[in-house]
Design a binder for this molecule. Structure first.
Ligand code: MN
Length: 533
């Protein structure tokens, strides 16, 4: 008898984080893991412990930070990897070691240079070794979708005999069709006698846009664990999107008849947190979590929805945590109303953060007549990052002048540790000039890797949300800032990133890892007589 409970295995912090642009630091990963716990995921894959000391520390921190979910670390089928994975997760309430080896002939021959028999004994050894350390062991047959089906049964049998409690069958390269996945799962379910001692899992990639369809096909065939990422992030085209899988199960319960522990009302908040931590926006047409996912634009649709929402709406925005209220707060709103609105929006903040936010809200409410939920969300997302301390640079004031006939100039005053300093700089535009003045003030050259500015709401008095990415020899740092003034937002986001960079390069220096490469200011060519713009 197969249970109807599907386990959600979230790998946003491992496979997802591997994708370009999605790297997170420890504190950000812990924040994300806590939200995944609130969302109700069954397993959090926290990282790949042996990959780097930073990965190890993140897995360990997450293991200590969450209680309800199982915390897993990935490891190759090697003793030293498994040891590192165990060391990182053993502090968790529910630890899991997730080990893997490729099983397709292509990977065995070209990558591992192993015979099928050698791989089989390596798998049995690795799983046995892991199981001696940890009761919960998952084994993944990398490139399962291209693995010979008879050999797959032998591998699954050997892994279960060695103690694996979950068997994962990934479509590593994202080439399978739903029908093939269904047959792959059925084959293992029917032909491996011990299969009821393990949970069958899927890990589907989205290279051909079928990750969710393939995962659902596998669940329909008897798999009971879905590996997925928030918003479908991950290697290349990404993994199956958690929110899409669960909303399929919820909306089409008549088809699947499966249960899950996910609190779907937490979905919007989780996706928003991921996007605010990584600075990567969600596509507006993204199912479930995109800005347009519940927007009915055409007249015929709007007419239908007004008559009865069911005409065009298969799920409610509320079911995924999208709340449709606006225009709730203004400058006369008190601390209590502010607090209450934040908690209605799903934020739970400590008093100190709320105090800081309330002050920022009052400043905003003075500039902008109405403060919408999206404004509040932008404020919270910004405030949730690095909190400026005594040794951080803070903005005192700035003046810019901008013209279509000559360079823009910026004069910026910053304060740090009670001392103020002022610098001026020019550039091809006022933002360029301001960032350059900041760079001169902090006396630490950096490159601007990415700069994005977005209006939080529609009207002319909208807040501008700026996110920047800067880098120096010690690494890449993100910063965010919001303001009704885009120059102020740009300076604030740059300072946010600069303060993180100062911490980062100090610790890199401490460990002797900093590069001694001397960079010049990236815009020095401006000074060398190039005046064309
Ligand atoms: Mn993957």
């Amino acid at each position: 008898m197969n249970s109807t409970a599907v386990r959600f295995f979230d790998t946003t912090l491992r496979d997802g984080e591997q994708a370009p642009g999605y790297s997170m630091n420890i504190e950000e990963k812990v924040r994300m893991a806590r939200q995944l716990e609130a969302l109700g995921v069954d397993i959090v894959e926290a990282g790949f412990a042996i990959a780097s000391p930073g990965d190890f520390a993140s897995v360990q921190a997450i293991a200590g930070a969450v209680k309800t979910p199982v915390v897993a670390s990935l490891s190759r089928a090697l003793v030293k990897d498994i040891d590192a994975a165990w060391d990182a997760v053993k502090g968790a309430k529910k630890p899991r070691i997730h080990t893997f080896l490729a099983t397709s002939d292509l990977h065995l021959a070209c990558k591992l240079k192993m015979s099928r028999e050698q791989a089989l004994s390596r798998i049995a050894d690795a799983v046995k070794y892991a199981r001696n350390l940890c009761d919960d062991v998952e084994f993944s047959l990398e490139d399962a979708s291209r693995t010979d089906r008879d050999y797959m049964c032998r591998v699954v049998e050997a892994a279960i005999a060695a103690g694996a409690t979950t068997i994962n069958l990934p479509d590593t390269v994202g080439c399978a069709t739903p029908r093939e996945i269904r047959e792959m799962v059925s084959n293992v379910m029917e032909r491996v006698p011990a299969i009821d001692r393990a949970v069958v899992s899927l890990h589907c990639h989205n290279d051909l846009g079928l990750a969710v369809a393939n995962t659902l096909a596998g669940l329909a065939a008897g798999a009971r664990q879905a590996e997925c990422c928030i918003a479908g992030i991950g290697e290349r085209a990404g993994n199956a999107a958690l929110e899409e899988i669960v909303m399929n199960l919820r909306t089409r319960r008549d088809v699947y008849g499966l249960d899950y522990a996910i609190r779907t009302e937490e979905i919007a908040k989780t996706a928003k947190l991921l996007s605010s931590i990584t600075g990567v926006k969600l596509a507006p047409n993204k199912p479930i979590v995109g800005q347009n996912a519940f927007a009915h634009e055409s007249g015929i649709h709007q007419h239908g929805v007004m008559a009865d929402v069911k005409t065009y709406e298969i799920m409610t925005p509320e079911s995924v945590g999208v709340k449709k209220t606006a225009l709730v707060l203004g400058k006369h709103s008190g601390r209590h109303a502010f607090s209450q609105r934040l908690s209605e929006l799903g934020y739970s903040l400590d008093k100190e953060t709320e105090d800081r936010l309330f002050a920022a809200f009052k400043v905003l409410a003075d500039r902008k007549k109405t403060v919408e939920d999206r404004d509040l969300a932008a404020l919270v997302d910004t405030a949730n990052g690095h909190v400026p301390g005594e040794n951080d640079w803070k903005l005192v004031n700035y003046v810019v002048s901008s013209s279509n006939r000559m360079f823009s100039t910026a004069c910026v005053t910053l304060v740090k540790g009670g001392k103020t300093a002022t610098e001026s700089a020019f550039g091809t535009g006022p933002i360029f000039a301001s960032i350059r003045a900041v760079e001169k003030l902090v006396k630490h050259p950096f490159s601007l890797e990415d700069f994005q500015i977005q209006a939080v709401t529609e009207r002319r008095d909208a807040l501008g949300e700026v996110s920047v990415k800067i880098s120096d020899a010690s690494g890449t740092y993100r910063g965010r800032g919001v303001s009704t003034d885009i120059i102020e937002g740009s300076i604030l986001s740059t300072l946010d990133a600069v303060n993180r960079m100062m911490l980062g390069s100090a610790s890199a220096l401490g460990s002797g890892a900093a590069s001694s490469v001397q960079r010049t200011y990236e815009d020095d060519d401006l000074l060398s007589g190039r005046t064309d713009r």
